[in-house]
Design a protein around this ligand. Structure first.
Ligand code: ADP
Length: 396
């Protein structure tokens, strides 16, 4: 339903641009009907409901402004006079620095190394001379993290903010995008204006690929305008950096091949880092961190469980381990509730719990997805990579 809703938002934007008051009220009413219906459904998640709620409020404010304009045209001014009565500036940066550091990143050694060389080391006095010699007086970076979903891209950036003791704005790009015409651009300008006030900051754009609509799609004009605003703000932000200020922009995507090339041009997201699935050691670490906290049978070891979770992302491993721990929990609650037993019996995770959960769990990362990332990292097409693999097999 979100797809239908977003496409109606695009039509609403079109109507606003065309100043077509009839279409504005018709589509606005339809948007409110869908939004309110969705908010009333028990199976719609809290995050999604919040998005519907925000959008509905924006539409209501717009319709109220339109009604005032129609009632008193001389004094109220046109509905599209550029002033957005429904636009409320947001606080994009959290007050607190995340209480995380590099120690909280499991695996992803190459990402940690890249952050170390590109961002952390230049700030340390013992490296200053080396960096001055090779790179000049540059602090900060613009980095694109790409990789399968759930590999910790967002988490890693929060850890970086913690390690650098700087504030972070986590921007859900798709949410910024799904707003009434003009508001997304204002929000983007606000993010950079707020960042400019800070001596150290990270702006993180999650799902940056959502800013790249297909050229022929209905909302491509809206998207293009947002992309242009983003690029202008990014360029200006980096150029106006004063000495000693640390300005970092990170973007993350699961679909790097979809990005508009303008985003990857020199001076923008030139540095691209692949965030892979956890390797064998990292999977073991994820599993043992969970097993440490929950009673389990002796034969349920990190080695044995990790061997069954090869090819899973950190987020999927966390979800699997949570489901596994829920099974003895449920048994224990049932023991206490049961009339015959009436007390806890010291339930533990068994190997059977692990097997049953893992068998049913659908891994969020498919082998095909990994091949797409491999092709992108090598700079070749997916089809060319399949050809290479076929040839390699023939030669073996
Ligand atoms: P992505 O942004 O790549 O989709 P997230 O950062 O949202 O992934 O990961 C979801 C959760 O999974 C994180 O909050 C974190 O708890 C866990 N996680 C995933 N990868 C890692 C990792 N490499 N180290 C530590 N935690 C991780």
């Amino acid at each position: 339903m979100m797809g239908v809703f977003n496409s109606k938002i695009s039509s609403f934007n079109e109507a606003v641009r065309a100043q077509d008051t009839e279409a504005i009220s018709e589509i606005g009413a339809e948007l409110l009907r869908i939004g309110l219906d969705e908010c009333a459904k028990p199976n719609v998640g809290a995050g999604l409901k919040e998005t519907y709620r925000k959008q509905c409020l924006t539409v209501v404010s717009y319709l109220a402004k339109l009604a005032r304009t129609v009632a008193a045209p001389a004094s109220a001014g046109a509905a599209t006079d550029g002033a957005d009565p429904y636009y409320a500036p947001q606080q994009w940066f959290s007050d607190e620095v995340p209480n995380l550091g590099f120690k909280d990143i499991i695996g992803a050694q190459e990402v940690k190394n890249a952050f170390m060389v590109d961002i952390v080391a230049p700030l340390r006095s013992e490296f200053r001379e080396i960096y001055r010699k090779f790179r000049g007086e540059q602090l900060g970076a613009q980095i694109l993290l790409y990789g399968p979903p759930g590999t910790g891209k967002t988490h890693i950036v929060k850890c970086l903010a913690g390690a650098l003791n700087c504030k972070i704005a986590v921007v859900q790009t798709s949410e910024v995008l799904a707003s009434i015409v003009g508001v997304a651009e204002k929000n983007i300008r606000d993010i950079f204006a707020q960042a400019a006030e800070l001596s150290r900051c990270i702006i993180f754009f999650d799902e940056i690929d959502s800013i790249c609509a297909d050229r022929d799609s209905e909302d491509s004009r809206h998207t293009k305008s947002i992309l242009t605003t983003l690029l202008t703000c990014m360029d200006g932000f980096m150029k106006t950096k004063r000495e000693g200020q640390l300005r970092i922009i990170v973007a993350a995507t699961n679909l790097p091949w979809k990005l508009d090339p303008a985003l990857k041009r020199g001076g923008r997201f030139e540095t691209q880092i692949y965030v892979p699935l956890p390797d064998e050691e990292a999977v073991k670490k994820f599993v043992s961190l969970h097993l440490e906290k929950v009673p389990h049978d002796q034969n349920v070891t990190a080695d044995v469980v990790a061997a069954k979770l090869k090819g899973y992302s950190g987020a999927d491993i966390k979800a699997v381990m949570k489901q596994i721990a829920n099974r003895p929990l449920r048994r224990e609650v049932e023991n206490v509730l049961s009339k015959e037993i009436g007390r806890p019996l010291g339930e533990r995770i068994t190997m059977n719990d692990c097997n049953e959960v893992i068998e049913k769990y659908i891994n969020g990362v498919t082998p095909e997805m990994l091949l797409h990332f491999e092709a992108y990292t090598r700079g070749i097409s997916y089809e060319a990579l399949l050809e290479l693999i076929k040839k390699r097999k023939l030669n073996q």
